[in-house]
Ligand binder design. Structure first.
Ligand code: LLP
Length: 412
């Protein structure tokens, strides 16, 4: 029988129905603690990347544990505040901050804007001047380092839209130093996501250290260095570097640097704290393939369709006697009218209609990337702590999906 903490997933499915995302509170806290312990010898701040899972329950658990947050929109900042997070521990990333975003963030008193272009810097200075405030900034430097990850989630190459080119950074810092309402506080990078090796992080850090020294020579002193997020997780058989080894590799350089260090982990904090529970609706064996049509679909979890991501699928109860090698191979698919609507391919499973399955590793970039395609209400979300469980987001209703629409000619 499959359990999440001390609650069986079948009990959860009975109570909340499926599809349903379930998160373990303790699993999230364990990773946060692992980061904190691993970097305990230096002054650091974990700024959880809200985009990975922005449910208020997740944010509130992390806020209470002392986490800061990495946000990419005004909306994410509003969520952080609603969950009890402190604006003073928030860093604001993203290539397209609007005047409205900047104004709101300045008024809330965020810790730092991670600036991605000269024009953004000019805009931030302008808005800060209008508000009579100083805007704390870091430049997000694009170190041109290959993160060896899926091209859609690689962000530190010079062909990517992110950051300010490494060889332009000193000039842009010098320009920032002349701006009346800009307060230079740090330097930042983020090279990609689902990185399994530590070498690209070290290469990026080396490039930042080189810049930090050059800036010091120009009299530009920084208070922090932000290494972004990106640490990978095991979905099926990957062997990502552990948090402790990641820290072990970076600490000698960071200790010598003697600046406060920020990290922006998203996936590694929550991916393996969450599952997507789904029920088999219809089994459709064909001559060529066996399809198990389940009640979750690409609108609930788009990672397999979008990145060819492979995520494990496990049954809620294992059959007593069948060996996995004798089990048939199934494609686990949704009911959406797209061939790309699959959650997993060619998995050896012993399945019957109505079986309950868990897609693991679904705590990150699952619910947050869901949509209403095919007018499918989004799943509910539940958090478990020990024997307790709580609905943390209601299942949507179909009526709510078109509540903001009106037929043509209807003035209401
Ligand atoms: N900081 C910045 C500036 C980022 O752009 C990201 C993620 C993070 C931190 C967090 O990175 P993490 O620790 O989660 O790797 N939807 C994709 C992943 C997109 C990541 C985008 N940026 C997926 O499902 O694989």
């Amino acid at each position: 029988m499959l359990y999440i903490e001390d609650v069986s997933v079948s009990e959860l499915a009975e109570q909340y129905a499926t599809p349903c995302y379930v998160y373990s509170k303790q699993a999230i806290l364990n990773v946060y603690q692992d980061y904190s312990d691993s970097f305990a010898t230096i002054d650091h701040q974990i700024c959880y990347a809200v985009k990975a899972n922005s449910n208020l329950a997740v944010l509130s658990v992390l806020a209470e544990a002392g986490a800061g947050f990495d946000i990419v929109s005004r909306g994410e900042l509003m969520r952080v505040l609603a969950a009890g997070g402190a604006a003073a521990k928030v860093v604001f990333s993203g290539v397209g901050k609007t005047r409205d975003d900047i104004e709101f963030a300045l008024n809330q008193g965020i810790n730092c804007f991670n600036v991605e272009s000269v024009n953004e810097l000019i805009l931030i200075n302008e808005v800060a001047e209008q508000l009579g405030k100083f805007a704390p900034i870091s430049l997000r430097v694009n170190p041109d380092v290959d993160a060896n990850t899926h091209p859609y989630i690689s962000t530190g190459l010079k062909d990517n839209k992110f950051g300010i080119a490494h060889d332009k950074a000193v000039a842009v810092y010098s320009q920032a130093a002349t701006m009346s309402h800009i307060d230079i506080v740090g330097i930042d990078c983020h090279i990609g996501s689902q990185l399994t090796e530590v070498e690209p992080f070290i290469a990026a850090l080396d490039k930042l250290i080189e810049l930090i020294h050059k800036l010091a020579e120009l009299g530009i002193e920084l208070a922090h260095v932000d290494l972004g997020g990106g640490l990978g997780v095991r979905y099926i058989d990957e062997s990502p570097v552990t948090i402790a080894d990641f820290a072990g590799a970076l600490l000698p350089k960071l200790t010598q640097l003697n600046l406060k260090v920020f990290f922006e982990p998203g996936r590694s904090m929550v991916a393996n704290a969450g599952i997507l529970l789904t029920r088999v609706d219809i089994l459709k064996p064909t001559e060529h393939k066996n399809f198990a049509i389940v009640d979750a679909a690409m609108n609930d979890l788009i990672r397999p369709a979008l990145y060819q991501a492979e995520m494990a699928v496990i049954p809620s109860a294992l059959p007593d006697s069948v060996s996995v090698h004798d089990m048939p191979s199934w494609d686990i698919v949704g009911a959406i009218c797209e061939t790309g609507d699959f959650l997993a391919k060619e998995r050896l499973l012993s399945l019957a209609a109505n079986d309950l399955l868990a897609i693991t590793g679904a705590g990150a970039y699952g619910m947050v990337m869901s949509s209403n395609y095919n007018t499918r209400p989004r799943a509910c979300e539940v958090m478990v702590a020990g024997t307790k469980h709580q609905l943390v987001r209601k299942r949507e209703t179909v009526e709510a999906l078109y509540a903001n629409e009106m037929p043509w000619g209807n003035k209401g």
